[in-house]
Design a protein around this ligand. Structure first.
Ligand SMILES: NC(=O)NCCC(=O)O
Ligand SMILES: [Zn+2]
Ligand SMILES: [Zn+2]
Length: 484
């Protein structure tokens, strides 16, 4: 295989910034240093060379709310690479009563079309002995993160007793628990009441999911995870109430991470008051967009380290699909896109504004999640031996986001009209140049499944601590005689 040199750029990792060339051989980084030579040269003059983005939260071709999300592994990973993301982690969603391994096979069948590397989280959508038995087999196959929906009552939601049992099992297996944290019982009741009162439009979606439902569920999940002895990752943290629970838990030494989305960081709830029904419905997702006060909290969390990862929850539905809920907001498929836009939007609103340093940008888009997921330093690193999943980032390159130029299969973009400054000049997936000076050259099927390690350092540390502090019977010498 021909070698490639990225020449003349500034390498930016989560902890270092320095000038160097990078030599790539057989899909891996072979050498980092000055004046390197290879068969092909990519000019990185004026650019930053960073680990490719990892998006740990996507739903590609996902069966949900009576339909399927519109981007599949082909269009989804093409969108990812176009925006500088080189690995996605999608959610396997077994049906009710379906064995986890069957669900996993369904996802393997779909992901063969991926253009970049990918992994999965397993979703615990129901509970029983079979799930308990299957969990170690799933972990053996390199899927170590298990998602629990605390919302979507009557569909994906699991109850507290099921969640506690699953969390304990995961703790034993050295895995990590994920939660969609919203109080599904309260949401269902608010939905019913709003509909009854004639609140049927997309804005009622936001009214039915106030920050309190997220704050309560986040805190509950944290406490259940702590009692079960398992690290916890809270997906799509959208508000101060949820962030506060995570911040407090982390200050107490609990092993909890929070993941805000680029949508919640940059778009607000005024979108739901838009006079055009389609405009508002296209932005219906759970949790909903929030106001400025919550956005400021999320940015502060990324700056201070109480929030760790920026994802997309890419779950794209067309306008036609959104119209399933024309006279009933509870039927609007929940989800928005963002795979192509996450990095440029975060750079523009984070780095260019001074909220984040370039190194922090790398941490929250790539390195932190690679460590949490157990695939670092193969992913999320610029170092010899790592996969050559790299972006050559031009901080001066600009564009206006528009659906007509996007890779995603849907007919709109929630960031339509946003100007971004900072875009990939080249995106490399295991050494292959999928974005070449802005031109998309993705190869369907190039992507490979990334098996991940259980028992990450954090998981081991937590198990050690829990074992040390486990309840033990008190050994007593003077036991009083029984009164019988
Ligand atoms: N977030 C959302 O609205 N849709 C995708 C499914 C989920 O993550 O809850
Ligand atoms: Zn969710
Ligand atoms: Zn999701």
């Amino acid at each position: 295989m021909a070698s490639t040199v990225i020449r003349g750029g500034t390498v930016v990792t989560h902890d270092l910034t320095y000038s160097a060339d990078i030599l790539i051989e057989n899909g891996r980084i072979a050498e980092i240093g000055p004046n390197l030579r290879g068969d092909e040269t990519l000019d990185a003059t004026g650019c930053l060379v960073m680990p490719g983005g990892i998006d740990p939260h996507t739903h590609l071709e996902m069966p949900f709310m009576g339909t399927y999300s519109a981007d599949d592994f082909e269009s989804g990973t093409r969108a990812a690479l176009a925006g500088g993301t080189t690995m996605v982690v999608d959610f396997v969603l077994p049906g009710q009563g379906q064995p986890l391994l069957d669900g996993l096979q369904m996802w393997h069948n779909k992901s063969g079309r991926a253009s970049c590397d990918y992994s999965y989280h397993m979703s615990v959508t129901w509970w029983g002995e079979q799930v308990w038995d299957d969990m170690p087999k799933v972990v053996e196959q390199g899927i170590t993160t298990f998602k629990h929906f605390m919302a979507y009552k009557g569909a994906l939601m699991v109850n507290d007793d099921e969640m506690f049992a699953s969390f304990r099992r995961l703790g034993e297996l050295g895995g990590t628990a994920l939660v969609h944290a919203e109080n599904g019982d309260v949401v269902a009741e608010l939905q019913r009441k709003l509909m009854e009162e004639g609140n049927r439009g997309p804005e009622a979606h936001a009214y039915s999911r106030p920050p309190q439902v997220e704050g309560e569920a986040t805190n509950r999940a944290i406490m259940i995870a702590d009692m079960a002895g398992v690290p916890l990752y809270v997906v799509h943290v959208s508000c101060e109430e949820a962030h506060e629970a995570i911040r407090r838990a982390r200050q107490q030494g609990k092993r909890v991470w929070g993941e805000p989305l680029i949508q919640h960081l940059t778009l607000d709830d005024s979108e739901y008051r838009h006079p055009d029904w389609d405009h508002a419905a296209r932005r219906v997702m759970s949790p909903p967009f929030r106001d400025r006060h919550h956005q400021d909290s999320l940015w502060a969390g990324l700056q201070s380290g109480s929030l760790s990862v920026v994802a997309t929850d890419h779950c794209a539905f067309t306008t036609q699909q959104k119209r399933f809920g024309l006279d009933d907001f509870t039927k609007i498929p929940n989800g928005t896109g963002g795979l192509e836009d996450r990095l440029p939007m975060l750079w523009t609103h984070g780095v260019a504004t001074g909220r984040l340093t370039p190194n922090e940008f790398v941490a929250v888009t790539s390195t932190n999640i690679a460590k949490i997921l157990g695939c670092y330093p193969r992913k999320g690193a610029v170092r010899v031996g790592a996969d050559a999943d790299l972006i050559v980032w031009d901080p001066e390159k600009t564009k206006t986001i528009t659906a007509s130029a996007q890779q995603s299969a849907i007919d709109y973009n929630v960031f339509e009209g946003h100007e971004v400054k900072g875009l990939p000049r080249f995106t490399l997936t295991r050494g292959y140049v999928a974005v070449h000076d802005g031109e998309i050259r993705t190869r369907e099927g190039h992507g490979e499944f990334v098996a991940r390690e259980a028992n990450t350092p954090v998981s081991r540390a937590l198990s050690t601590w829990k074992e040390l502090t486990a309840p033990r019977p008190v050994t007593r010498t003077g036991i009083p005689a029984s009164g019988v």
